[in-house]
Design a binder for this molecule. Structure first.
Ligand code: C2E
Ligand code: MG
Ligand code: MG
Ligand code: MG
Length: 288
């Protein structure tokens, strides 16, 4: 009987596995079609200098404009791309679109640094740096310093040597590199010794309860001190109120992103938002 049950369980497992592989294949095929049919969009979230409230840059965040389901957030579909050729094709698309957008802003007299999230698989491809170099060469009007790459600690776990070599090549051309979601990995501290970067982005899970949770406050304080000691620009993510922004400024944090200032938005809405933002009362705003 036990043997029979074991066999049944194994069979059930096989069926489940086959089904999830099937779903994975179908999703990937649908995403490939989405790229062909131009259904992906970039939204841009402003990054604010906490000293004066000026907008210094934007982060490009991927969206899928699904014809039936509407606008889909990246975490709903990015996992299906893992280890696929499409992961890097979509990554190249995001880089290309971002460079085109920086070019359009430059033509309007706007100098914004745009940061792009790079998936670990994409960063670790042997041809990543060469492809980026070709993209930059195809956009000679874009100074490399207006492009920033946001990389995840997980990219360095499989092959720190390659990640570090790629990062230092890109930085040598003037491209900026930041560590995203800093503090959420297992070796964030050790990483700073081996991977010179321009910026740290403090993960929003540490920022959310900053003013009520003294442990989070202590952690954020420590990351700001650490980043500063390493000569990094420190950006807090998920800043949902101007009170949080004011507190982060008091703590010595340089920059902030979050719904408290602006949500990610399409490029054509950014212009209007910028005008309204510049017309606001003196920084740090009415809340303080
Ligand atoms: P991330 O790079 O850490 O981006 C920050 C996420 O926090 C974004 O979610 C943003 O919309 C959200 N956010 C910003 N301010 C606030 C706030 O005040 N409160 C809250 N609760 N959330 C805030 P989004 O756009 O859904 O992106 C999620 C993640 O997907 C990103 O995290 C990034 O890791 C990944 N991602 C986004 N675009 C791309 C892309 O083009 N390529 C790759 N490989 N990954 C991407
Ligand atoms: Mg990011
Ligand atoms: Mg992040
Ligand atoms: Mg994140």
């Amino acid at each position: 009987l036990a043997k029979e049950q074991g066999k049944n369980r194994a069979l059930r497992f096989d069926v489940q596995l086959a089904r999830s592989q099937q779903i994975q294949r179908e999703q990937l095929a649908r995403l490939r079609l989405a790229l062909e049919q131009d259904e992906f969009r970039l939204h841009f979230q402003p990054k604010i200098d906490l000293a004066d409230g000026c907008v210094v840059g934007v982060e490009a965040l991927l969206r899928w404009q699904h014809p039936q389901l509407g606008l889909q957030p990246p975490l709903s579909f990015l996992a299906y791309l893992q280890q696929s050729e499409l992961d890097h094709q979509l990554g190249e698309w995001v880089l290309e679109q971002t460079l085109c957008q920086i070019e359009r802003w430059r033509a309007q007299g706007l100098s914004l640094v745009a940061s792009v999230n790079i998936s670990p698989d994409h960063l670790l491809r042997p041809d990543f740096a060469a492809s980026l170099q070709a993209l930059l060469a195809a956009h000679p009007q874009v100074p490399a310093g207006l492009l920033e790459l946001e990389i995840l600690e997980s990219a360095t776990v499989t092959d720190l040597g390659r990640a570090a070599a790629t990062v230092s090549r890109c930085r040598a051309w003037g491209v900026k590199v930041s560590l995203d979601d800093f503090g959420t990995g297992y070796s964030s501290l050790a990483l700073l010794r081996h991977l010179p970067v321009d910026g740290l982005k403090i993960d929003q899970t540490f920022v959310r309860d900053l003013r009520t949770d003294c442990n989070d406050h202590a952690l954020v304080n420590a990351v700001i001190a650490l980043g500063t000691a390493f000569g990094c620009e420190v950006t807090a993510e998920g800043v949902e109120s101007l009170d949080d922004a004011a507190e982060l400024h008091r703590m010595g944090c340089g920059f902030a992103q979050g719904y408290g200032m602006a949500r990610p938005m399409p490029a054509d809405e950014l212009e209007g938002w910028l005008a309204a933002w510049r017309a606001r009362p003196a920084w740090p705003g009415p809340a303080v």
